[in-house]
Design a protein around this ligand. Structure first.
Ligand code: ATP
Ligand code: MG
Length: 355
């Protein structure tokens, strides 16, 4: 009897999240009732789970937005500018380094209008600060600077630490003001050391994509440990006035759905298993979330399939794609799936739930 009872309880736990899915897709609800923040960082300590894809698509759905690419791979920068890899320009590294290596000049007005290089953003008031592969060096530069600051004492140490750890925050605030922007999205690498660390200090809340696999569930637990553990890289270097950001949303990506006829918007077994695991983690750690109701913080995003491949190939937001559009990608005929309307509704719902 015991195992059956346990299973029933768990399914009841995720029922609200699953039922909401149908309401989202049919337009019966438009957003979660959550506190709203100005600056979000999209992060999880694992690659290939959808951080950049979500950052790119959300940036299209927000207005007056500043996007910062802090991932040395530069995938988001490439979405915004197909010439990214061959262009020399001011990058996020140029904003951070003067705080770490005193003597370097501070740049200003680094943000670029996305519409200048990505025509799909032409009519949007959206700006971005590009990344650079040189960010691969930032973790060691940052750790040297922090260790040096810690050789100082008293208020001198505090000031030096604040200068380093709030570098990105100060620069983002300056760019927001100079360009009169309202919202910030920061895309991150799969690693904490370096720019992700600075992004946490620069943001108000986290958006955490988790893919439907065990490794990304593990990374969610790891991320919560970095938020919570006093010995973590984040907590042990915290300035006295430092704030630990809370998690606004965990987004379960690559979700697949039941194909049973009549099963409208019901996740398949694999999606349900991961949803249950996430619901467990969120409720055990609810003090790290922006409200005290676990159901408020978990959303699902369909597997993008061909829609994602076409969106990436064209650097075109999913919102602008239509079901049935086709193109050849590496000689393979690829189609925008029928599920694109559902994905558009899910993305819009996420956007409405953060601003
Ligand atoms: N529901 C979904 N959400 C996000 N991405 C999806 C989803 N379904 C499929 N995808 C695909 O999964 C891939 C996610 O890659 P993406 O570059 O966004 O991951 P990432 O977390 O930024 O990786 P990295 O840490 O290497 O930068 C893309 O090819 C995207 O089209
Ligand atoms: Mg990425």
């Amino acid at each position: 009897m015991k195992p059956i009872r346990k299973k029933k309880t768990k399914l009841a736990n995720i029922k609200k999240i699953i039922d909401r899915q149908d309401e989202i897709v049919t337009g019966r609800i438009s957003s979660l009732n959550l506190p709203k923040f100005k600056k979000y960082v999209i992060c999880n300590l694992r690659g290939g789970i959808g951080k950049t894809t979500i950052a790119f698509n959300l940036s299209y759905l927000l207005n007056d937005v500043l996007v910062i690419d802090t991932c040395p791979q530069g995938n988001l920068s490439y979405f915004y500018d197909s010439q990214y890899f061959s262009n020399n320009r001011t990058t996020v590294k140029d904003l951070i380094l003067p705080y770490i290596l005193p003597g370097l000049g501070k740049p200003s007005r680094t943000a670029k209008k996305i519409g200048a290089t990505n025509p799909f953003f032409q009519n949007k008031n959206a700006f971005y600060i590009p990344s650079t592969s040189e960010l691969y060096l930032l973790p060691s530069q940052l750790s040297t600077a922090i260790n040096q600051a810690k050789t100082l004492t008293g208020s001198q140490q505090e000031e030096a630490l604040r200068n380093i750890l709030y570098s990105l925050k100060y620069e983002i605030d300056r760019e927001l003001e100079e360009n009169n922007l309202q919202h910030v999205l920061i895309d991150t690498s799969p690693f904490f050391s370096g720019a992700t660390h600075l992004s946490w200090h620069a943001s108000d809340a986290l958006i955490v994509p988790v893919r439907t696999d065990q490794q990304s569930i593990n990374s969610l637990e790891l991320l919560i440990d970095v938020l919570e553990n006093p010995a973590s890289e984040f907590r042990r270097n915290m300035p006295k006035d430092g704030v630990t950001p809370k998690i606004q949303l965990v987004i379960l990506t690559h979700c697949t759905w039941s194909t049973r006829s009549g099963a409208r918007n019901i996740p398949n077994q694999q999606t349900k298993v991961y949803l249950e695991k996430i619901r467990d983690i969120v409720s055990r750690n609810i003090q790290h979330f922006t409200t005290d109701d676990p159901d408020n913080h978990i959303l699902l995003l369909d597997d993008f399939l061909g829609t994602g491949r076409i969106s990436t190939a064209l650097s075109k937001p999913v919102t602008l794609l239509q079901a049935g559009e086709t193109m050849r990608i590496n000689r393979v005929k690829t189609t925008v799936n029928q599920s694109v309307e559902k994905i558009k509704a899910q993305l819009q719902f996420i956007a409405n739930s953060i601003i």
